[in-house]
Design a protein around this ligand. Structure first.
Ligand SMILES: Cc1cc2nc3c(=O)[nH]c(=O)nc-3n(C[C@H](O)[C@H](O)[C@H](O)COP(=O)(O)O)c2cc1C
Length: 293
């Protein structure tokens, strides 16, 4: 890959031109159509949906969100209505999105990822998939898959056999070697790698000794994680030949430009949306002012 500095805001990704590199991260923007009425999609390059599994999932019992001094702990546990509901009732509405949609897919077994993708194939609404082998908040599958390159390879291969659409494999920063897992995903047919899911975190109430999150350990997001994500994006993008989508730590336009300079092709923003639902438009304005593009 050849880089130019400062990095271009307009991107070519998966054969399409994207006016914005900013993607809304999975789990922080529904399926995108919820934001349409609020006019929050200006400046958004693409939306990544909440995770979809084969069966409906209620997710983890509350409390499952906690704001720390410098970030957010979440333990949602892949709550979603299941792939059949998504196909019949959500994707037809999401067809009105002004930008491409990627569907985030999760599973409890290696075969579930491909099973979910196969069912979604009858919709023409989405551009591609993000395969989530990295959720820290579930007992079955989740991050345990993403740390084993052999399992990552088999999941990617299964998805690759189930679709001709492009797909990114979203990896965990928690344990294992993210570069080895990325290489395995590419070998299995991945068209991009998302670097990375949330970092394991915990907040304990010292009065009781109990975690403030029911499931105890959760996924942590914070602007302070930016240097950790920059390092992982840099390591992975130097090792593989497919695009990298960064996920984590973005709070301003400079952060997006830095991640692009580190080797990301597209950059996700998530937690920031909860305070700033118009974050994508704000990031774009900041980047245009900074680069003059
Ligand atoms: C409330 C919440 C729910 C999330 N749900 C998912 C999910 O369903 N699938 C997934 O791959 N990542 C999920 N994530 C992780 C985000 O997609 C993203 O990788 C992470 O928040 C890092 O980006 P940020 O620092 O911009 O928030 C979730 C994050 C949050 C805060």
């Amino acid at each position: 890959m050849t880089f130019s500095f400062p990095p271009a805001i307009k991107r070519r990704f998966w054969g399409q031109v994207f006016e914005s590199p900013v993607m809304l991260a999975s789990g922080t923007a529904g399926f995108g159509h919820e934001l349409l009425d609020l006019n929050c999609l200006s400046g958004v390059g693409a939306v990544v949906s909440k995770a979809v599994t084969f069966k409906p999932r209620a997710g983890n019992p509350p409390p499952r969100l906690f704001e720390t001094s410098f970030g957010l702990l979440n333990s949602i546990g892949l709550a979603n209505p299941g792939v059949h509901h998504v196909l019949q009732h959500i994707l037809p509405i999401a067809a009105d999105l002004p930008c491409p949609l990627l569907i985030n897919v999760a599973g409890e077994s290696v075969s579930e990822f491909a099973d979910v993708v196969r069912i979604l194939e009858s919709s023409s609404v989405h551009l591609g998939y993000e395969i989530n082998v990295s959720c820290p908040n579930v007992a079955e599958g989740g991050a345990a898959f993403g740390v084993d390159p052999d399992v990552v390879f088999r999941v990617a291969q299964g998805v690759s056999n189930a679709t001709d659409r492009p797909f990114s494999v979203k990896l965990t920063p928690n344990g294992g070697d993210i570069v080895q897992s990325a290489e395995a995903a590419v070998q299995g047919g991945a068209s991009a790698i998302t670097v990375c899911n949330t970092f394991l975190g915990m907040h304990i109430d010292w009065r009781t000794g109990r975690s403030v999150i029911k499931r105890r350990v959760a996924g942590y997001t914070s602007p302070a994680l930016l240097p950790l994500v920059v390092a992982k994006v840099w390591q992975v993008s130097n090792a593989i030949s497919v695009p990298v989508i960064s996920s984590g730590g973005v709070s301003c336009g400079e952060d997006v430009l830095q991640l692009l300079a580190a080797g990301a092709d597209m950059v996700q923003v998530g937690t920031r949306l909860m305070r700033r639902p118009f974050a994508a438009a704000e990031l774009m304005d900041e980047m245009k002012k900074l680069t003059g593009e």
